[in-house]
Design a protein around this ligand. Structure first.
Ligand SMILES: Cc1cc2nc3c(=O)[nH]c(=O)nc-3n(C[C@H](O)[C@H](O)[C@H](O)COP(=O)(O)OP(=O)(O)OC[C@H]3O[C@@H](n4cnc5c(N)ncnc54)[C@H](O)[C@@H]3O)c2cc1C
Length: 499
């Protein structure tokens, strides 16, 4: 391998230029005495918004071009571009419950409490320019759904802060239909710093580990293999990418590594295990001619968005005062497929926010160009918790659809109520909310499945941390972008404090 690093190497190399990677690159390079290199497999379209593809900027749809494995099943979609999945996501930002922080604090220490994370949440919201839903983006469907939620007795709540069940709008990282991804939010002014190098189009293959220290990282650029060296390495390739890099580097379950033909450097059984994502079931409804006309008029004005409100709801199994479901009414062009002009899809999804099921990420080969085995194992928990909660959610969907406010906009439910579907049918109909976490989970020293500690340090290593969604041991009862931004802000400050 050729050595393409700075003559004396970098102080810090960040592997993966997604949500967490952009935060780390910006915050760590604020210190002019630290040289930082950010490595990203996908393209960097540069500092000027006008040079980015329209598809990536368009916040009204989910882009499908700059992704890993373009023909992959939908639960595996992830961004492969500077900004990572924030460049292809729904631009929604919500915050989780007190229960999430209790789980994270047990695993990672008091820094993960709601109070200690709050300043980092605010800092992230400010940098990303998060804003509330403007009135003009609220369609007749969204307005009806909010009124329906109030009819059912839900109170309006602040979705970007801890609290209890209720309804409201998310905070958005999109302005006038333009997706403001983490590369815009964090790298705009950092790009011109002489101590920050952004290396796009560079796929991380593996880390060279000896005696618990990373000695270099192998990357592939235009088919060429090269090596970068640094004092410390921060792995931010996301919930699917980070365990894959560790596994290729020989950090993972020894038996599995042997199967993949990789020599074990550190036997860490938790790498790639504990994959946790939020499945959802969509219940389609039939829009009335009036609703279709109203949505068409919104679209003509350029202000039609598929979803702009949600309900935090509780199943019978949810701890008192918290929520374990997002009820998400959507109305607009279908997410998948097409309808004739002037016709729209309206419906309501129930998403399971605190699943008990655990899936996994595994290598199919040691080649970084090969696809991974990604199995979210939706609704697989033996006790049937997840199926019970989603059924409860589908009951709430029916109640919402039956409110006077929504009955005026859609026809009645047809066929069997979704809550009566068989377990297998629920599995077959499950989509994803795209919030996978947990494959490099943080945990205490006595937790055999812990991969990192509360500071993201990889067990058994002295200069390697993981900082991204993969370290969250449990998924929050929220969308994950804002929690990942806040976690990266918090860990960046901790890393700077140690310099
Ligand atoms: C379709 C979709 C919709 C979503 N909608 C929302 C939403 O509306 N609200 C919300 O809160 N969350 C949403 N999310 C989730 C949110 O985007 C993620 O939680 C967040 O991006 C996670 O940040 P991360 O840094 O862990 O990973 P990412 O942002 O995915 O970044 C990982 C980066 O690492 C790079 N990488 C991976 N492997 C390698 C490698 N081997 N070499 C070099 N680079 C590599 C990737 O290309 C990517 O840029 C959505 C996600 C998807 C996919």
């Amino acid at each position: 391998m050729t050595d393409v690093s700075a003559p004396a190497g970098y102080d810090t190399i960040i592997l993966g230029g997604g949500v967490a990677g952009c935060v780390l690159a910006a915050r760590l390079s604020e210190d002019p005495g630290r040289s930082v290199c950010l490595v990203e497999a996908g393209p960097d379209y540069g500092p000027r918004q006008e040079d980015w593809p329209q598809k990536v900027l368009n916040a009204r749809a989910l882009p499908r071009d700059d992704v890993w494995e373009r023909r992959a099943p939908v639960h595996r979609i992830r961004g492969r571009v500077l900004g990572g999945s924030s460049s292809i996501n729904g631009c929604w930002n919500t915050w989780g419950s007190a229960g999430d922080h209790a789980e994270w604090s047990r695993a990672g220490g008091p820094a993960w409490s709601a109070a200690r994370m709050a300043p980092f949440r605010r800092r992230a919201a400010e940098r990303m320019g998060l804003r509330t839903v403007p009135e003009r983006e609220i369609s007749a469907w969204t307005r009806g759904a909010s009124k329906g939620a109030a009819e059912l007795g839900y109170q309006e709540v602040d979705m970007a802060a801890p609290g209890g069940p209720g309804y409201g709008g998310p905070l958005l990282n999109a302005v006038d239909g333009v997706r403001r991804n983490a590369a815009f939010g964090y790298l705009e002014d950092a790009r011109s710093r002489p101590n920050l190098t952004i290396l796009a189009g560079a796929t991380v293959d593996r880390l060279a580990v000896a005696d618990g220290r990373v000695r270099g990282v192998g990357i592939v650029v235009d088919g060429r293999r090269e090596t970068l060296v640094a004092d410390s390495y921060l792995l931010s390739c996301g919930t699917f990418g980070s365990p894959a890099v560790l596994l290729r580097s020989g950090i993972g379950p020894a038996a599995q590594l042997a199967e993949a033909g990789v020599r074990t450097a550190i036997d860490l059984p938790g790498v790639g295990a504990n994959l946790t994502d939020q499945p959802g079931v969509f219940v389609p409804l039939a829009p009335t001619a009036e609703l279709n006309a109203s949505l068409a008029a919104k679209e003509a004005e350029g202000d039609l968005y598929v979803s702009r409100m949600l309900i935090r709801a509780a199943s019978e199994l949810c701890p008192e005062g918290s929520w374990d479901l997002h009820i998400l009414p959507t109305g607009g062009p279908p997410l998948f497929g097409k309808l004739p002009a002037g016709q729209y899809e309206a419906g309501i999804s129930a998403f399971l926010m605190k699943p008990a099921s655990r899936g996994r990420v595994r290598l199919l080969s040691a080649d970084p160009a090969d696809a991974l085995e990604i199995d979210p194992a939706f609704f697989s928990d033996p006790a049937g918790h997840d199926v019970a909660v989603i059924r409860s959610g589908l009951g709430i969907v029916e109640e919402l659809a039956a409110t006077a406010s929504l009955k005026a906009l859609v026809g009645p439910l047809e066929g069997h109520p979704a809550r009566e579907l068989s377990d297998q049918d629920l599995r077959d109909r499950a989509g994803t909310y795209w919030h996978p976490v947990g494959t490099c989970a943080m945990g205490t020293a006595d937790d055999p499945l812990a991969v990192v500690d509360g500071g993201g340090r990889v067990r058994g290593t002295s200069n390697l941390r993981v900082v991204d969604a993969s370290i969250l041991p449990t998924v929050p009862a929220s969308n994950t972008q804002l929690p990942v931004l806040a976690a990266a802000e918090m860990l960046a400050e901790a890393i700077r404090g140690q310099a």
